[in-house]
Design a protein around this ligand. Sequence first.
Ligand SMILES: [Zn+2]
Length: 283
Amino acid sequence: MPELPEVETVKAGIAPVMEGQVIARADVNRPDLRWPFPTDMAARLSGQRVLGLRRRSKYILVDLASAETLLIHLGMSGRMLVSGQKIGAFHHPHPAPAKHDHVVFHMENGARVTFNDARRFGAMDLMQTAEQENHWLIRDIGPEPLGNAFHETYLIEKFKGRNTPVKSALLDQRIVAGLGNIYVCEVLFRAGIHPARKAGKISAKRVAALVPIIRDVLSEAIVAGGSSLRDYRQSDGELGYFQHVFQVYDREGADCVTPSCNMQIRRIVQSGRSSFFCPQCQR
Ligand SMILES: [Zn+2]
């Protein structure tokens, strides 16, 4: 499932062909994905100039000249493919229209941006740009982890008295936006905190230390994603799914990367999801 850095990478990949450009025509090939598409979506997108692309949590927001914003959620398996015109490094011939190509943006510049989603957990919606923060998918989301509203005092306050495991607290989108299972595992390893430790029982000093670690882990992954875009020629035009080197995620039974540690990474299941951690380095 794409997490914040992957969404950021997809956004960076489609921005060069969409920003400032006109959507000559939008093809909407089915009535819904996870939820029904908004009324007249194709007509509301066709002919619109794209003012800019933003990201909020794991959503890509496409601001249109009509004062509407298109929200794109990649869901579990949603992918963006760029094809058509040679612009920058993102030129790729697109294979014949696939059955999972649900929405296609034909840009006036000749580029084509395709949303392909085999499992259809993705979503698209249109809203008034000015009403963005009131959209039902956005209104309850906490601050952006890379933004100024997310800071040490804030996180200490949010963790205070909380009886849930720190893993669940960091996955709680009302506390901080966009963190998913993979990066929370990595953050907790770097912080030396056991994923089952109760959030409210962690000292303020250790909670505060989580903030720069979260920023670092996400920023490093975004940089890795940016590099993957530059090395893109060998791929088939798919954006955002790059190979990471994780320290604990999906490494059950492998040696801990801490030089002084001779333990193996363990996996436990919390709220139905795997947590990977080192029992020696994380307390
Ligand atoms: Zn270790």
